[in-house]
Design a protein around this ligand. Structure first.
Ligand SMILES: C[S@@+](CC[C@H](N)C(=O)[O-])C[C@H]1O[C@@H](n2cnc3c(N)ncnc32)[C@H](O)[C@@H]1O
Length: 290
């Protein structure tokens, strides 16, 4: 990083990130100086790259170096927070970065780090049940400890989810998943006062279903508001949003606005998008600090 113009570009990038109030997780490889990126690629440091999105609102080069030592990092809000030790395989995210994988792969890799056996989690848009199955595997585990609430407004979605869960989970695990036909704005009525580790939203329409039945900004925002009250410290709200269908972009903007407004003293909010895929999915995370 010797050249003055390069240093200035780097400072500009840091200024933009630290004033935005939201940790912008645009493809983080582009956050690294090109020379540094080349070195990383040459060294094949796949095993470390998974940590980068969590640092991308910070001074990325410093944060990256510190990530190698797994220490505390200083966020743009000026608050120190712990980066969780990576407990599962980092293959998912590395595959996503290096092999042009999917938004769900990325999101699932984050869930794997957050959700532990015994946790209570909510799939706020269970659809065909693919996300619910993974959440059940993580939260319930082999010993059937945790609990999954899977919500959707459509009967067909609950039916599809139910049959997938029946096929993928054993009897004891299946008992720990409750499918509820309800709008996700009513999460609190479902989980009552239980502490929730993760509330996951995969917005839009049911794949293979009626494309006119979509999530809407008003109820999505109400659900997010409710989710902030249910999520325990150290828990996460996770969103995949789509901008390609009518109303999708407005909903995404509303969701982004919602997370941008959460207080930094309690929340670490980030978003991720593919710069060269204008209609690609958007990913947003809200991590409630410990
Ligand atoms: C993209 S799909 C979810 C995909 C799902 N997570 C999976 O793994 O198959 C979005 C789902 O949100 C549901 N949905 C729409 N509005 C909703 C609402 N207000 N509350 C709960 N679910 C809703 C739709 O019926 C649809 O099944």
């Amino acid at each position: 990083m010797g050249h003055p113009r390069e240093r200035e570009r780097e400072r500009e990038r840091e200024r933009e990130m630290s004033t935005s109030g939201i940790l912008s997780c645009r493809p983080f490889m582009s956050l690294l100086p090109p020379a540094r990126l080349q070195v990383l690629q040459k060294k094949q440091t796949r095993k470390h790259l998974h940590l980068l999105p969590f640092f991308s609102g910070c001074h990325c080069e410093d944060a990256f170096n510190r990530s190698l030592q797994r220490t505390k990092v200083s966020c743009s809000s000026g608050t120190d927070f712990d980066i969780h030790e990576h407990q599962g395989s980092c293959d998912d995210l590395s595959e996503f970065i290096l092999d042009d994988s999917k938004a769900t792969t990325f999101v699932h890799s984050v869930w794997r780090r957050i959700v532990k056996a015994g946790d209570i989690v909510v799939d706020a848009t269970c659809g065909n049940g693919h996300d619910t199955v993974l959440l059940a595997t993580l939260a319930i585990g082999e010993d059937s400890l945790g609990y999954v609430y899977a919500l959707d407004t459509q009967e067909v979605a609950l039916h599809n989810s139910s049959s997938l869960l029946d096929r993928k989970l054993n009897f004891n695990q299946r008992k720990q998943v409750r499918l509820v036909q309800i709008c996700h704005s009513k999460i609190e009525e479902v989980v009552k006062n239980k502490p929730v580790r993760l509330v996951a939203f995969n917005l839009g329409y049911l794949p293979g279903g009626d494309k006119s039945l979509i999530t809407h900004s008003t109820t999505t925002l109400a659900a997010l508001h409710a989710a902030t009250k249910c999520v325990q410290p150290g828990g996460l709200i996770s969103i995949i949003a789509y901008v390609g269908h009518p109303g999708g972009r407005e909903e995404y903007d509303a969701v982004k606005g919602f997370f941008s407004g959460l207080p930094t003293v309690h929340w670490v909010c980030s978003h991720y998008e593919w710069l060269n895929r204008p209609l690609g999915p958007r990913v947003i995370f809200g991590l409630r600090k410990q």
